[in-house]
Design a protein around this ligand. Structure first.
Ligand SMILES: O=C(O)C(=O)C[C@]1(C(=O)O)C=C[C@@H](O)C=C1
Length: 269
């Protein structure tokens, strides 16, 4: 790592993303905020010492983990550390060019944002155009043909010379997105900290392998029961070393301590 630039906070940009909002909440008063795009550049900026911390989205209450961020945490494991986190409600506004009275013919937005208002898009039957961030979607609308609208955080119309025509497209309850503050050294262990571990289930499950089980895949999906972060269902795919014995069958069936470990499938390997 090169020498670290103090008071520089990177974020997944450009300016105007939801991550920019989260970064403003994480920033110290004398921090310079620097945008990086795409997400791998946010992580590289910390690794290379261009910034001393950076903010990237990690998890959304409706859509779960943000795959490009998880991929970077895995790529840079042992080199980049989550040192703080912040979550904000994500509420979506609709933007168009100022004075564009053409009916909406296409809607630009970040794929995660588009998915969060899928019901609204379906009701309008409008085709979508994916952008690498909400801010890029707003830039596309500002430059694009009449009728090309975009989805973004509230109150950013002026920044992109766009008109905010509708707010709260998500309906009554806003989802939340959690963002990590990243640094090149771990935070000191003091007080209660959320510990994030990432593991390669295939090579690191020796103990389970000795029991005849090889973990092949592990996914979690938000249960979406409430609009809050943290409710997940876990899906695991295991290779069974031997045909299922009555012991395995009971181990994989309903847990008695609150965990549901129901068998979802049993496929010939
Ligand atoms: O596009 C942005 O504005 C972002 O900051 C990214 C991002 C994400 O990756 O989930 C952040 C929050 C919203 O859920 C939608 C998009």
């Amino acid at each position: 790592m090169n020498s670290v630039a103090p008071n520089r906070l990177g974020f997944f940009g450009p300016a105007g993303t939801f991550t920019h909002r989260a970064a403003l909440l994480c920033a110290n008063p004398d921090d310079d905020l620097l945008p990086f795009d795409p997400i791998d550049k946010v992580y590289d900026a910390v690794l290379d010492g261009h910034v001393d911390r950076a903010v990237a989205p990690i998890e959304n209450s409706a859509e779960g983990y943000v795959p490009p961020s998880v991929a970077q945490l895995w790529r840079l494991r042992g080199k980049i550390f989550a040192v703080d986190h912040v979550s904000i409600p994500v509420t979506f506004s609709l933007y168009r060019k100022i004075g564009d009275l053409t009916q909406m013919t296409r809607l630009a937005g970040h794929p995660m944002a588009l998915r969060q208002i899928a019901h609204w898009i379906e009701a309008k039957a409008v085709p979508t155009r994916e952008a690498s961030s909400s801010a890029r979607g707003l830039e596309i609308a500002a430059k694009g043909e009449p009728g090309l609208y975009a989805l973004g955080p509230p109150d950013v119309g002026e920044m992109f010379s766009l008109e905010e025509v509708e707010t709260h497209l998500e309906g009554k309850t806003a989802n939340r997105t959690r963002f990590l503050a990243l640094a090149a050294a771990p935070a000191p262990l003091s007080g209660t900290r959320l510990c994030t571990l990432c593991l390669d289930p295939v090579s690191q499950s020796q103990m389970l392998m000795r029991a005849g089980l090889t973990l092949r895949n592990f996914q979690c999906s938000p249960t979406k029961t409430e609009n809050s972060l943290g409710g997940y269902a876990y899906f695991c795919e295991w290779d069974l070393g031997t045909p299922i014995s009555p012991d395995h069958a009971s181990a994989l069936d309903y847990g008695t301590d609150g965990w549901f470990i129901g068998v979802l499938g049993n496929i010939r390997g």
